[in-house]
Design a protein around this ligand. Sequence first.
Ligand SMILES: C[S@@+](CC[C@H](N)C(=O)[O-])C[C@H]1O[C@@H](n2cnc3c(N)ncnc32)[C@H](O)[C@@H]1O
Length: 253
Amino acid sequence: MDCRDGLKLIDDGMIDIVMTDIPYNISQKKSIDRSAIDSKALKRSGNKKELNFNYGKWDFFADNEAYFSFIQSVFVEVYRVMKDSASLYMWVPKNEVSFIEYILKDIGFHVRSTLVWCKTNPCPQIFKVGYMSSTEFCIFATKLPGAKHYWNIEKGQKQSFWVKPICQGNERTEHPNQKRLDIAEDMITQSARNGELLLDPFAGSGTFAIAAHNCGLKFIAFENDDKNYKIAESRVKAETSQMNLFDFIGDTE
Ligand SMILES: C[S@@+](CC[C@H](N)C(=O)[O-])C[C@H]1O[C@@H](n2cnc3c(N)ncnc32)[C@H](O)[C@@H]1O
């Protein structure tokens, strides 16, 4: 369902950690022809001669104002459902980090760090006259400036960046904006404990729900695009089948 409807069903202060990856408002109707690119680079990036930047109607907004007001309306509700001690990990478009931080601060969040995923195998630049797009940004915030948030001190001091390739092999789904499970799991075990509850209002292929399950957390995730929902549903079912078995045993008692 649409997360704006779903969030209304959650009581105040229920959520221990929010991890989410918002629409980036970067979709384009036209695709990019990459036949001129050298064959090695093309092979490295999956042999796709035509690059499509139309992620779906969910990533088109009338203008920047409509986009930011959508983000603001969702995160006011996210703020309400978070515990005072909860943390937020929010993947955001690289050109809008500061403005989204401003929106979060205005809602009341305590913005603490900007985390970076440096991709070791980014999509090659077509005409080789610019930088490759090889970074993704994630804002780390907590709910209240004064309140204590959980921080796993056993993991020690952490660098604020991860150097890793884009998802490959069995982990890769058809979802165009998929994030890595291992980075999500590293973040979750830093800021949440076994048995706690994670929320992802923009589930996509279900990465953060699966990461939550792998780290011993429960999750609530929303996704309103049919195709993406099906990807998430089958992936979450496959990854959490062990949990379903226990649920089933529990149900029959
Ligand atoms: C950037 S992608 C998330 C990708 C995800 N982190 C992953 O690893 O697969 C954002 C997702 O939010 C979904 N979405 C967009 N607007 C939504 C809304 N209002 N409610 C629920 N889901 C929405 C889109 O369909 C898309 O799959």
